[in-house]
Design a protein around this ligand. Sequence first.
Ligand code: SF4
Ligand code: SF4
Length: 462
Amino acid sequence: MFQRFFGGIHPAGRIGGTEGKELARDAAIEAMPAPSVVAIPLSQHIGAPCAPCVKPGERVLRGQRIATTEAFLHADIHASVAGKVKKIENGAVVIESDGTDEWVEGLPLDRDWHAMEKDDLLAAIKDAGIVGMGGATFPAFVKLQPKKSVDVLILNGAECEPYLTADDRLMREEPERVVEGARILARVLSVRRVVLAVEENKPEAVEALTKAADALVAADTSLDKSLPKPEVVTLPTRYPQGAEKMLIYAVTGREVPLGGLPMDAGAVVQNVGTAAAIFDACAHGIPLIERITTVSGDAIQTPKNLRVRIGTSYQDAIDYCGGFSETPDKILAGGPMMGRAQESLDVPITKGSSGILALTRKITEHGPELNCIRCGRCVQACPMGLIPSMLSILGQRKDVTKARDDYGVMNCIECGCCTYVCPAKRNIVQYIRVTKGAVKALAAKEKAKAQAAAQKKEAAKA
Ligand code: SF4
Ligand code: SF4
């Protein structure tokens, strides 16, 4: 049984009358050959950027660690191809593939994760540089050591963003990797319940995961047989069902307090792609050097779900899909609701790249922005219980403190529901993003001011 969250939308109509998923949902995962050049960013995660541990001119092998840092919150970076480091610039290690795809010594391993201790599993996840692959990019080994007790693990297979189908294809085609990843996570976290949460618009994924969970648990002869069996829970198709807070409420009925984290509700949420990568890391020692990414949109010749090397350029991925069928008006990193517009195609696919969308003007044209008519639709749609109309007005007025203190702008999850339903075509979420940036800048300024005052006081005492 699930709980229905407040607000949310059915994202169709304004983006072409459909969810856009039909473009790529039937396209089986296709392994894109390694491109001739990859540019692997040094910061693909929340936390400290890594520093390169290779030099230009050096030969590197597939799976070799190429960047790391002493900072706790980080995720190591590995080479996704074998070849020569051409240069290190603009925060990325550029590698020219030599076409051999030679693995670094010892990889891939074939080991039984059931025989590994919890600490060894965590170390394998850390070594592999795994981050939340739904787009959050939080380092997995940190999330898997919550500071509060948790009793439920939820694997996010909602994939509620329109157009994106990479997780759907992963669950349909490689459910064993997802289920084994879930069981590894269950052991690491010692949870009592493991839930694979999927929206009801993915019946094939639900069936594949259920069969895989039954088969893998039945075949397990190790002590891990006593781990909680992953339950597949079908959720209503409602955006933003895949947001952590909505997912936890839907599955457990528990609310994450405002400003809180999933662990405050006794839960850890990981994306299904992350679970599959965790299985690869623990069973085969393989670092996160490739992922499944949807390349879609009405301007793409042949929309696909690609298994693609990290560092592949958007241009190469789009070319592999036959290029553009029409001139795109917008290129997005991610889905149409939360994705970010890109200025150029010379952008690398990273660990958090769930999709690349190229949309024509037919889809992106919304008409001019008008004044708010106080219809209240945005308030009804906001899953966080905010007043988006007021936040957009305060954003326009640049009234940062009022937006923060009286209207809780920092609780906005930037889901875009308010913008989607607004009949006045107000780009509310954009105003909110700018306001949130200003709140952070203000906090940094206040902190610096307080530190300077404290130093002055100390100096006066001395
Ligand atoms: S205010 Fe934020 S959380 Fe609420 S609907 Fe708009 S984008 Fe989503
Ligand atoms: S939906 Fe748009 S017009 Fe209606 S209240 Fe919200 S901001 Fe104003």
